[in-house]
Design a protein around this ligand. Sequence first.
Ligand code: ATP
Length: 365
Amino acid sequence: MHMKTISGASVRCENLRKTFGAVKAVDDVSFEIGGGEFVTLLGPSGSGKTTTLMMIAGFEVPSDGDILINDRSVAAVQPRSRDIGMIFQNYALFPHMTVYQNVAFPLRMRGREDQETRHRVRVALETVGLTGYDNRFPRQLSGGQQQRVAFARAIVFDAPLLLMDEPLGALDKQLRQRLQLEVKRIQRDLGVTVIYVTHDQEEALIMSDRIILMNDARIAQMGTPSELYDRPVDKFVASFLGESNMLHGRVDQSQGDEGSMTLNGRVVTGQVAAGLGAGDPALLVVRPEKIHLTDGHSDMRTNRLSGQVLESIYVGDHLRVVVGLEGGEQLVVKHPTYFGGRNINIGDIVEVGWHPADTRILRES
Ligand code: ATP
């Protein structure tokens, strides 16, 4: 397939703020996105994702701060002159226009000549896998096909920056997963910068080079999917992305980024959050898939606690085991079912073990 490479735009937001009356929708948000990066704004409903995107698009005016595209402030640039392609969940196609006319629209607005338009529309439709659909109307297309047309319309004028707000939100899960990979592939092939809004953490993990996780109008953490998943900086990040076990206690000691806590009379060690010191109340955070069930002998992992199996549920590729600890707290363990494994029965006394590198010691709140 013919692919052209675009030089993706860089985007820098500096101390962005947006208030609507008394509501702080975006509060001192700063980040930098490199050309050709796929960055997702992720976060719960109302955390400020869409407002941030709308300010970059130019449809909302920041209350404070600045936005630079390719190192130039766009404060005085009208939305239509920002050269940004956009795809929204509800950014409907023009119903009275054919697929061809829809995709050609941005080129007509820019006064491009007919021959160039025909060529570009053909390439864009080919890119999204809709060759031959030129004369259909949107109502004659499935939801997934309509979203592909919207995508073709966004890339047809070689915009160096695409903004997408929940573009796959209306589609069923299977189609959504297929299009996630497709959008990602096209983005990589084109070299275009994408800023993508979703509240779906799995989608963000799959698609993004980096994730900006927002909470309450601010950035909670920014980093690669594995940085956020493996090294969450706080309780919000640990609980928003994936499943986490959290045990309450106090810090015994901390040195650099290593620290320890005592739980049920046993010392456990891990990576401690900045600023936490001896005596501070803290949460020990460990992912269910990092914990092993041991019989007390076969495992050399350093962090260990003992307890009793309260629940063991077969989930196909793993057993979901709930272990009640001596102190009354519970741990969820994903116990793989390959190579037969050992049987885990309710009531069994077990040891759970995991590695200090998979352990985070975080602030209580
Ligand atoms: P969602 O995932 O639900 O779309 P979001 O993270 O995109 O949420 P925003 O749409 O950016 O969140 O909204 C952030 C906050 O700003 C919310 O409290 C919202 O109610 C408020 N808000 C957004 N737009 C306006 C507006 N035009 N007028 C008043 N308040 C607004």
